[in-house]
Design a protein around this ligand. Sequence first.
Ligand SMILES: C[S@@+](CC[C@H](N)C(=O)[O-])C[C@H]1O[C@@H](n2cnc3c(N)ncnc32)[C@H](O)[C@@H]1O
Length: 231
Amino acid sequence: MTERARAERIREMFDRIATGYDRQNTLFSLDRDRAWRRRAARLADLRPGSVALDLCTGTGKLAAELLPYARPGGRVIGLDFSPRMLELARRQVPGVEFQLGDVMTLPLADRSIDAVTIAFGLRNLVDREGGLREMFRVLKPGGRLVILEFRPPPGGPLFLLYRVYLAGVMPRVAAWFGMDQRAYRYLADTVQDFPSPIELARLLEQVGFSDVQVERMTAGIVALHRALRPN
Ligand SMILES: C[S@@+](CC[C@H](N)C(=O)[O-])C[C@H]1O[C@@H](n2cnc3c(N)ncnc32)[C@H](O)[C@@H]1O
């Protein structure tokens, strides 16, 4: 399958699951998802007047957390390629400029953004490195990139429960409640295939980012990366 066809399937899936997406996030994260996004918003280190770009914004939850930091005088742009997700975002989050677009070809000028954030989105990109290069391109020198993502469960008994939860419990619970089981299998597969926090830090440096910091949250199941575009 070509990258284009894969991206189209991913977009269709997110369109399909958009209704109920927020509720399911809160349920399956055991209500931790808001705290994760709040921390990501703080790490973006916005000031009044800053321009922030939240990629793969979905229903705009992280964009909403960024808004108070950029005000007054700043802008928050939320970008996603799923029209259905954006429809919900526009209804739920006033004040954010939501744009339909693809992370792989950002419709934004070079060096125009103070902070780029992406929550649970990098995993879905068909070309991860290409996406990171686009983020680097639009950031101003000194601009921040904040990535919030599930961490692939490492081997060993400590993470056995997490693996069972991800690959066994979530798809089953989804089926009981009539949710899209395929979406939860996709989630488990993409989390397993995602680079470890150290590998992702290396990839960020390869793309040109500096000062990469990693924070692990909720017993290490979620990782936050923060990196700078150097001058
Ligand atoms: C798991 S959701 C995350 C939504 C939101 N950031 C959150 O914190 O809940 C992933 C989102 O990424 C979007 N997405 C995936 N690939 C994309 C791409 N190449 N360009 C734009 N949006 C993309 C999907 O449409 C979906 O809304």
